[in-house]
Ligand binder design. Structure first.
Ligand code: LLP
Length: 433
């Protein structure tokens, strides 16, 4: 029934998360509530950091893609575990800076960074800025020149690989809004232009083919294509690009039937491809960057809600209404993402129903899922939705002026708030009459 190893049932029949009773957490902190298990997050960070050591002789850096879940506490955890940080906006960069995250471990992404964002990245001295397009390349060259600096950059490349995942989270194919295409010759021309620019230091090529990917082949293919581009640049331009960023996208288990690739197998296979291709192409093995987001935090998260009305529409469906919804988890509304769930105070009982979990927004599409297997729900029950640690808090909104839930972090049997619950005062804070 459970999709993560830290979930269990105690003698009272309640769901436990990291050994703590979910029903107690709900009554202590209120609902809706995001709960995250720090031990699990740290274990996941260690896997990536360890595999850079094991498969690339330590010549690389695992960056946590902070868009999955960004706050001060999470930046601190990533830092303590030896990870770097992928930020994609001034706001994520600001969060990292607020905890003195070392600039030499930050990579700055984005397909349309503003001049202000580029300036603060240069001022802070981030390790690499990932350039998405020629306009940005020219702006960066100009800004760096004005500041008397040389910008260390990566190019975001579309390798032309179609990852088999939801259309909205595919990013490697030619019509993606991100980066330079190889097929059209655009990537090669941009590399030529960058090499000739006085204030640009082209260090690395980057690709990210999509998210929640369950197959190895697209990763394998992307690595080959990127390495052959590095080889072409060396042969035709005499310029050696010594770094390769393979992005993130590793899929995780949302449902018990999901078959995610085993992590070790994934790392070992891709590292094998990198090494054999480098030998074949006669290029040095580049310094490798990885950018996992979802696979670091998703399984560590559980969202707890209180059940309100249960509406049975005979022979059609049963709506179980909760005190949150698309404002704290917009992923079903956006991508029809599947989640598994249970009634936390009835976790020892078998699933007897298939229900539609509905949020409280004034919006018919405000659902967490349809046909979700569940124990019979009654008003006042605590509903737990699993694997909500990635792209839930970070994609939350204040639609209908609903305040965001707090995030409680669990560690070694203790809980603490890392993001406070928003109040109605917070909601009107920026309103002027
Ligand atoms: N690197 C880059 C350049 C990315 O664009 C992303 C995700 C990642 C790394 C991390 O990918 P991950 O390991 O988390 O798959 N909101 C969507 C996911 C969007 C992913 C955007 N980019 C969702 O909720 O499924």
């Amino acid at each position: 029934m459970f999709v993560a190893d830290n979930l269990n049932v105690n003698s009272e029949g309640h769901l436990t998360i990291g050994g703590l009773d979910a029903v107690d957490l709900a009554s202590q902190y209120g609902t809706p509530l995001y709960v995250m298990d720090e031990n699990l997050i740290r274990d996941n960070c260690r896997k990536y950091v360890g595999s850079i050591r094991k498969f690339y002789n330590g010549n690389g850096l695992a960056l946590y893609a902070s868009k999955a879940f960004c706050c001060k506490a999470m930046c601190k955890i990533a830092f303590e575990e030896g990870m770097g940080l992928d930020v994609v906006s001034g706001g994520e960069l600001f969060t990292a800076m607020s905890v003195d995250f070392p600039a030499e471990r930050i990579v700055f992404h984005g397909n349309n960074k503003t001049r202000a964002e580029l300036t603060s990245a240069l001022e802070y001295g981030v390790h690499r800025i990932v350039v998405d397009n020629l306009t940005e390349l020219n702006t960066l060259n100009e800004l760096a020149g004005q500041m008397g600096k040389k910008a260390d950059i990566m190019f975001r490349i579309k390798p032309g690989v179609d990852a088999h995942t939801h259309d909205f989270v595919k990013t490697g194919q030619i019509d993606s809004k991100f980066g330079f295409a190889i097929e059209t010759g655009e990537a090669f021309e941009a590399i030529k232009a960058a090499i000739s620019m006085p204030n640009i230091n082209l260090r690395c090529l980057h690709c990210h083919i999509g998210s929640q990917i369950f197959e190895l082949d697209p990763f394998d293919l992307a690595a080959r294509i990127m390495l052959s581009l590095i080889s072409k640049v060396k042969l035709e331009l005499g310029y050696e690009i010594k770094e390769l960023n393979l992005g993130g996208g590793f899929g995780i288990k949302y449902l018990s039937e999901d078959r995610a690739i085993e992590y070790e197998k994934y790392m070992e296979t891709i590292a094998g491809v990198v090494h054999s291709e480098c030998e074949r192409l006669d290029i040095a093995v580049p310094r490798i960057f990885l950018e996992p987001g979802r696979s670091i935090v998703a399984s560590s998260g559980v969202t707890l809600y209180t059940v309100g009305a249960v509406k049975v529409i005979p022979n059609i469906r049963t709506y179980v209404s909760i005190d949150g919804g698309m404002t704290d988890n917009p992923r079903y509304a956006l991508y029809k993402s599947q989640y598994s769930a249970c009634i936390a105070n009835k976790a020892d009982q078998p699933f007897s129903e298939a229900v539609t979990v509905a949020g409280k927004c004034c919006e018919s599409g405000d659902l967490i899922g349809e046909g979700m297997p569940m124990q019979k729900a009654d008003p006042g029950d605590i509903l737990a939705v699993f694997a909500t640690g990635a792209y839930n808090y970070s994609m939350s909104s204040n639609y209908n002026r609903i305040p965001r839930p707090p995030v409680v972090m669990l560690k070694d049997g203790q809980s603490r708030i890392v993001i406070k619950r928003e109040s109605y005062e917070d909601i009107i804070r920026n309103d002027l009459i």
